[in-house]
Design a protein around this ligand. Sequence first.
Ligand code: CA
Length: 221
Amino acid sequence: MIQRILIVEDDLALQEYLKDLLVDVGFAVDSAGDGAEALAHLKKSKPDIVILDLGLPKISGETVCTEIKRKYLNIPVIILTAKSSTSDIIHGLNIGADDYLPKPFDGNELIARIKARLRDASDTKLQVGDLELDRTTLEIKRGRDFINLTPTEFKLLEYLMSNKGRVLSREMILNRIWLTSPDIETRVVDVYMGYLRKKIDMGHEKPLIHSMRGFGYVMKE
Ligand code: CA
């Protein structure tokens, strides 16, 4: 199956370059030149992945990213932008982007990142240690025991497991899981992490969910 990429970029020369680059390696490519066009496009057809510039006319890339993650949680977003300081990168990931590549970038690196994100998004089973999550049957097993989770706990665990080994800040988690509720505070992340750790780690010798003081959480063996 040919995978579709949506490129959102207002620099038309770069948009054209990206199109050629990605069509050459076998992707089907659509493009949008501003944020409004990007959102209109998403309403009509769902790409497998979005490559998103942040500095866009009409509607900013940040807003587009937030909208994608609110409405179509499973479409990965890679941010491609000239804003490349560490705080920009953290901000990009905090608004729910799956990856971030500063300009100027290497075409091969972009292709590799796209393939990696598409692979992550298509895995039906996630595994960390003896914990398994099945995205199709929605079953969760640790060793031989099935675990029952609420829908929010499930989303949270899926997010942690698909980012195995990567520290996720409270803001990243909050924006990813509770995006639709702007009033919610980061404290809710700790509360839910508490529920999840009870169900996943309690009674097991090796915990899989680790809290990183002052940073957030990481899932690892
Ligand atoms: Ca731009």
